[in-house]
Structure formats: C-alpha cells, structure tokens
Design a protein around this ligand. Structure first.
Ligand code: MG
Length: 396
C-alpha cells in the first residue's frame, strides 16, 4: 500500500505577465514548481511523485533534487489528458493516487495526511473550504446583459475544492477512462469520479467525501498570491585608525596603494596584521550589525595564528560566518581619511576587492576618499582612518 502523487504542471499559464510559465518564476530563490515538489517531499504519506510537465518546467523540476520524483511526463491539451498521462506513468506499487496542482506550493503535510486517510477509507476525497462571499448568478453570455444580476445563490451547500484530491487507484483509473470515452472535459479530478457515479459505474464501496482544506493552500495565479518576503535588517558601524611608518606596505581594503614601490619608498600603516584600516573597520561594522564580538575579540592579536594574515581574509571569514547565520550584505558605505597616497584613483579597485570578499557586487559598496586638510594626525600625513557602516539582512 503506497501513495503516489501526480503533480499537474503542464498548464500554459502566462498570467504572471511575462513570457515564462509561472511555475518557473522564482520565489525565495527557487522556481514555484520546486516549492511544490519540496512540499510533497515533506509528507511522510507520499512515497512517489510523477510530474506532468514539459519544457522549462520539467527542467526546473529536474534541478530541484526531489528524491521522491520518479517520473516527468509531458501533459496533454486538457487537464483530463494530463492526469491520464500521469496515471500511465505511475509506479505499479501505488494503490492510492493524489492529484495535485503544480501551482499550489504551500500545501501542508497535515492537509495531505487528511486527504490520504479519507481517500483510503472512502475511495475518493477532496479538501474544501467554505464559501464566504455572497454569490450572485449573473448573465453568463458575452452580451451587455453580463452586468445583470439574476439571483443570489445560497452558499450554505457550496464549497470550494482544492488539491490534492485523493483516490483509490482503481477509482481514478475507471473515472479517467470514462471521461476520455465520453469526452467529459473535466477541470477537476473529482468531477470525473462524479461523472462515473452519475453513470452508475462507480466501484462498489466508493464514497465521494470532503476533508477540511486550508486557506494557505492557495493556487498561485498572480504574483499577489505569493506571500510577501519579510526581510529583517540590521545596521552596524565600524571605525579604525593606524599610524603610518616607513618601510611598511600600504594595504587598504586588500589593495596595495603603492604598487611597484621600492621598500625604502614604502610608507604604510603599522600594526599587528597588515594594518588595513578599511578592512578592520568593515569587519567591525559587520560584526556589530550581527551583534557579535568585535574584531579584537574575534581575531585577538595575542593569537599567533593571526600574525601576518591579510586583513581581507578576516573580512571573508566574517562574511562567511554571517552567511552561515542566514545574513547577506545589503550594502556597505565607507569613508577613508588619508593624506597620501591619494585614495580616489583606487576606489574602483577597492569596491571590486571588497565586493568579492563579501560575496556581493561592487554596486553594493560605496566609498569616499577624504583628506585631512592639514588638521590632526591624518592631515599631517601620520595616520590612516576609516569609518564604515554596513547593512545586513535576512528573511524572517
Ligand atoms: Mg586595525
């Protein structure tokens, strides 16, 4: 006794406004069809999944690493034909079949369990929701009378059908064969079984039942149906200053500001590491935003392991730690104060280097180069100073 799900994802729904099928539109980093497959992966009652899809949707599914996916078959021109194609590709061991819309990615394991239980017991089950809006019967043709109300339809005896719809395999196979034979044109799987019942050909002991659906199990038809992604943001501030000494390489943001200079011409920041004030201020901004210990506590200068390390390595390590906690860098904005060498010509290279270390594009790095106007240690050419703010974000 195993359960297989047929996921119908062959509709040519371009209602998202673009020219790609809506099921390959990415949402939170994955195509919609991959979310649907993932939802079924999480259901212990589902053993195998057959996807009815072709083209881009089939390729997106192939890349989704869904372990229960045992087959991908092209669909037909109608839903009925697509379900028949899925049925033909079912593993022999399946005795219960779920048919699910590819565009319902938010189905819960609880809902699937209810449908499976009811379908095993009754033979055919659909999840339904009550109708909450008042229903009006209107003129059904294209004429101007379309805006004419004919009557109010009592809603107490009506329900909205969702998927997955669950069936004993024999029941669905008989219903699909009957629908094909009679050219039924059903847009809903249970409707095929209803037609079989109306013809008096329902297998003995079969009942058509409902189970409670879920409001969150929406059928995605427009972008507005997708839940908004909420991003938590945090800001952090970092500062650093290093005195300048003869004979030191001048590294700033991982970039050598005196490329090709002879050793005796070199005049750069003193410090335990390479004295990279911009990298240090950036690390502190990121650590501060994430509520972590600052650079001095994270990479203590008493630890010989950090001696002589390139400070851009610290930036990479800090950014990696943030990523592991789900954070990504939204943007970084820094000010470097230095008399000489002039920083301005290096700004594009600095933005590239920092962007690479952070795993974001240089368009997320803003940097201004200032001089000291003769004031203080920076103005006197004795120090380099950097201030950085960083904004990080993650989905909640
Ligand atoms: Mg420092």
């Amino acid at each position: 006794m195993t359960t297989a799900a047929i996921v119908v994802a062959s509709g040519r729904s371009l209602r998202f406004g673009g020219d790609v099928p809506k099921l390959v539109v990415p949402w939170r980093g994955r195509p919609l069809v991959a979310w649907t497959l993932r939802a079924l992966e999480a259901c212990p009652e589902v053993d195998d999944v057959v996807l009815v899809a072709s083209g881009e949707v089939a390729s997106a599914a192939a890349g989704s690493a869904a372990a229960k996916l045992v087959g991908v078959v092209p669909g037909g021109d109608t839903r009925q034909a697509s379900v028949a194609a899925g049925l033909a590709a079912l593993p022999a061991r399946a005795d219960l079949v779920l048919v699910h819309d590819g565009a319902r990615p938010f189905v819960s394991p609880g809902l699937v369990a209810r449908v499976v239980r009811a379908a095993r017991e009754a033979g055919a089950a659909v999840p339904v929701l009550p109708v909450v809006d008042t229903l009006k019967r209107v003129a059904a043709d294209e004429s101007p009378a379309r805006d004419t109300i004919l009557e109010t339809v009592p809603r107490e005896a009506l329900a909205r059908a969702q998927t997955p719809q669950g069936f004993r395999r024999g029941v669905l196979e008989a219903a699909a064969a009957f629908a094909a034979e009679t050219g039924l044109g059903a847009t809903d799987d249970m409707a095929m079984v209803e037609a079989l019942r109306a013809a008096g050909r329902l297998p003995a002991g079969t009942r058509l039942v409902t189970v409670p659906g879920e409001a969150s199990n929406v059928k995605v038809t427009t972008p507005a149906d997708l839940p908004a992604v909420v991003i938590e943001t945090r800001v952090g501030l970092g500062h650093d200053v290093h005195p300048l000494e003869r004979g030191r390489r001048f590294v700033l943001g991982g970039v050598d500001l005196q490329p090709g200079a002879a050793d005796e011409e070199r005049f750069g920041p003193a410090g335990h590491s390479d004295g990279d004030a911009l990298a240090h201020a950036l690390c502190d901004a990121l650590l501060s935003a994430a509520g972590k210990d600052d650079i001095g506590a994270t990479f203590p200068d008493t630890d010989p392991a950090h001696r002589g390390r390139a400070s851009l390595d610290f930036v990479r390590e800090v950014a990696g730690g943030l990523r592991a906690d789900g954070w990504s860098v939204l943007n970084v904005s820094g000010v470097v104060r230095l008399e000489r060498p002039r920083v301005l010509p290096f700004v594009p290279a600095l933005r590239e280097a920092l962007g690479r270390a952070l795993g974001c594009g240089p368009d997320r790095i803003g940097l201004s180069a200032k001089r000291g106007e003769g004031l203080g240690p920076v103005g006197e050419g004795r120090a380099v100073e950097a201030d950085v703010v960083a904004l990080i974000g993650r989905e909640t």
